[in-house]
Design a protein. Structure first.
Length: 583
């Protein structure tokens, strides 16, 4: 019994004491004090407590409205509840004739009781006030079935000294182990405690301001039938995120709906494509972008070669002094009535930014931004041809935007559900759906940018590559003549089909249909009287590789500097208590 009583008081001081100490009346003068504080506590058969407080207060020479009393009405109980101590049937009188008008207001966990005339400050000297009220469900049932009454007869919220305290506890049965503690919050200093035939009496004297008196006593099991503690729901993570049936059902519904929504977002509705698309109907750089699922450097190279084949520039190899190896390529801008596309124009502006004559080495490290923008425009062209839904990067951004929005909505919903309900897990499920969308977008699992028409082009590109080595199938890709077969070089570069193109060129030569030497690509001495397709294919391959490296090379680093910096058996804690003073 004693161990249980001490444990209850010790735990209560941690949660109730700070509340009691926080309530304070208006700043008192130095000559104010409580001369006598008499508390009569009557325990009811239902565990309620009838309280009668007779407080003799010395207001000193300054005038005041009257007495102010703070009575605790709510205190923490466990992780998910506060315990309520409602004050009922409050009555106030003054045997000395002081004004006894009453105004009450609940402020946080306290009932603020103002006694006196709000329009007059004529209360001086010693005045006595009697407060009576009832607090239900105060008696506690301990684990062994015994009962306990613990009450802060005088709270530590009083800001004036108290000369003497007398407390009488009347119970339905004889008490066991009565105890009294006095002093500041948490003090274990004892005060007088004596059992009587009808309860116990307690007394203390010489309390300083913010010191109180707590009384406690045990009662035998079955001596009364106390009501259960009055509990109020409070916020706690354990309660807000509880795995109730409703929460789990809501989580399941959100996850199912979220998965269905993401799949629907991924599977866009497409209009059926009825018009066929041929490989050579689309610029080679765009064909490469569709086949690759997004434009690459090789598609930009294929675009440059296609521009050369259409007369926009010529490419001349530059050999070393010994004439043994190609060290550079000279590029010459040419006038032509052929109109370039947006991507092609951006590429021409990038390559010939310094003038109509340049070299591949001069372009290196200056064309990176232009190369990036050209690839974006190639993807835009694929969208315009109905081959892409959107740029692949834009598709990723759509998923990231969707995921970010859903995560934000889920976070707000989680907070609101945690504050107002016990179903915050549903909000977390919404957050999970948003995270899934983010991961899908960043991992490239948010769906292909290629449309049905684009997939048709991909299939025709595979067939195109397969038929390149067989000159008899040239009609399938608009290469029915050697001239036109030569024009397929940019497509072969975009599709990585250089070997297939060379095989087809050799087949044409073997069939007495030799390819003409191109006017747009040559070595320092030209190709001579006989056009060597193998030599030509090797030259184009070397140019393509070097151009890809040049266009994507990073600008030279510039010097920079940066710097970084960083681096119970206690007073208080039971029901009742509070404080008071004058106002």
């Amino acid at each position: 019994m004693r161990t249980a009583l001490l444990a209850t008081l010790a735990s209560a001081v941690l949660v109730v004491g700070p509340l009691a100490a926080s309530a304070a009346a208006d700043e008192p003068s130095d000559d104010e004090r409580v001369v006598s504080y008499v508390a009569d506590l009557t325990v009811g058969g239902d565990g309620s407590l009838g309280v009668r407080e007779e407080i003799t207060y010395d207001f000193g020479d300054d005038g005041h409205h009257g007495l102010r009393r703070f009575i605790p009405v709510r205190a923490p109980y466990d992780q998910t509840h506060d315990r309520s101590y409602p004050v009922r049937d409050l009555r106030v009188s003054s045997p000395t004739g002081a004004p006894d008008e009453v105004e009450t207001e609940t402020d946080g966990g306290f009932l603020d009781v103002r006694v006196g005339d709000p329009d007059s400050e004529d209360v001086r000297g010693e005045q006595t006030y009697v407060l009576t009220y009832t607090v239900p469900a105060v008696v506690n049932t301990l684990r062994d079935g015994s009962l306990q009454i613990a009450y802060d007869a005088v709270g530590t919220g009083w800001q004036v000294p108290i000369d003497r305290v007398d407390v009488t506890v009347t119970t339905p049965a004889a008490v066991t182990d009565p105890r009294c503690f006095q002093g500041e919050e948490g003090s274990a200093d004892r005060c007088s405690a004596q059992p009587t035939a009808t309860g116990a009496v307690f007394s203390a004297q010489g309390l300083d301001d913010e010191e109180g008196v707590t009384v406690a006593a045990g009662l035998p099991a079955g001596s009364l039938t106390p009501a259960a503690p009055l509990l109020l729901d409070t916020f706690s993570p354990a309660r807000a995120f509880g795995a109730s049936t409703t929460s789990l059902a809501g989580v399941g519904a959100v996850l199912v709906a979220g998965a269905a929504g993401l799949l629907a977002f991924r599977r866009r509705r497409e209009e059926p494509q009825t018009d066929p698309v041929q490989v050579t109907d689309v610029p080679p750089g765009v064909v490469g972008a569709v086949v690759h699922g997004g434009a690459r450097d090789v598609d930009v190279v294929a675009t440059l070669l296609d521009l050369a084949a259409r007369g926009h520039l010529t490419i001349v190899e530059h050999e070393s002094a010994q004439g043994r190896e190609v060290t550079d390529w000279d590029l010459y801008r040419r006038d032509t009535p052929d109109k370039p596309t947006l991507a092609e124009q951006r590429l021409l502006d990038t390559v010939f930014a310094a003038g109509p004559e340049t070299s591949l080495s001069a372009v290196r490290t200056t064309a990176r931004d232009g190369n990036r923008r050209t690839k974006e425009l190639l993807e835009d062209a694929a969208v315009a041809h109905g081959l892409f839904h959107a740029r692949p990067a834009q598709l990723v951004l759509r998923w990231v935007g969707l995921g970010g929005t859903v995560v934000a909505v889920g976070a707000v919903l989680t907070v609101l559900l945690a504050i107002w309900t016990t179903h915050a897990l549903i909000g977390l499920a919404v957050v999970a759906v948003g995270i899934a969308a983010l991961v899908a977008g960043l991992a490239g699992a948010g769906g292909s940018p290629v449309t049905a028409r684009g997939r048709q082009l991909q299939a025709r590109a595979r067939a195109f590559t397969d038929t390149l080595p067989r000159h008899g199938g040239l009609g399938a890709h608009d290469g029915s003549t050697p001239d036109r077969f030569l024009r397929l070089v940019p497509y072969a570069v975009a599709l990585g089909a250089g070997s297939a193109w060379l095989a087809g060129a050799r087949a044409l030569q073997a069939a007495d249909a030799p390819l003409p030497a191109p006017a747009w690509y040559t070595g320092p001495a030209g190709f001579g009287s006989t056009f060597n397709v193998a030599l030509y294919a090797g030259m184009v391959g070397g140019f393509s590789s070097s151009t890809s490296d040049a266009l994507s090379a990073a600008p030279p680093a510039t010097a920079s500097s940066s710097s970084f910096s960083g681096g119970g058996g206690f007073t208080g804690g039971a029901a009742g208590g509070g404080g008071g003073g004058s106002w």
